[in-house]
Design a protein around this ligand. Sequence first.
Ligand code: PGA
Length: 250
Amino acid sequence: MIIAANWKMNPALNVACKLADELSAKSFQPLTRILFAPSPFLLPVSACLKGSDILLGGQDCHQNDSGAHTGDVSAAMLRDCGVSVVLLGHSERRTNHGEKSSLIGAKAQQASAQGLKVVICLGETLGERRAGQAEQVVIDQLRISVPKDMPQDQLIIAYEPVWAIGTGEVASLNDIASMHAAIASELPKIHDRQVISRVPILYGGSVNAKNSASIFGIDNVDGGLIGGASLDPMEFETICNSACSEISRL
Ligand code: PGA
């Protein structure tokens, strides 16, 4: 199980360091925890996480290794800041920055070449779900966003219905189960190589302390990508505890 905190463009630096200190004070092993911090905070947060088992993550990277790309961050720069995982194709990047799956695939290629693990986000809009296209949209995103030759042990998928992100609305347990099953059965077809390990599939979108246990109990749900609730240390700890209970149940 993996629990990833996506801080997005939050919080202030002093709060970020306090939160990182609190998170690193406890171990939840064998649970894997990832913290996706804002780029300017990667170095100070990395210092706070020193000696803890939390992996530091970047929220995006450029598809090129270097060059004239004002405001962008390369995968190598992330790595130099102590990052080992990068989040790519989050719906806020797809929507606000017009990122297409082909670009996300190129970014994933670059990140993987730099030795980073990659969390690729997929998800349908409410309109697409109402039109009965949710699965097709998500599987198309998956096929294009995941490089065919990417080592499987560097890949993590996050299914996040766009309409569930930051809204307090969560997909039904049945809908989560069927989308995760569809992703799990498509993944082996994408890779050129023989499947050697199962790629973890996280659910994201309004996961909180109350609903996390039931979501993590669904087949093919290997953890969560947590936005708003990851900024509250007590709430986040409860979510991590739900994931730990699921690990001991398996
Ligand atoms: P949320 O965000 O938990 O606030 O819905 C999840 C995400 O955007 O990764």
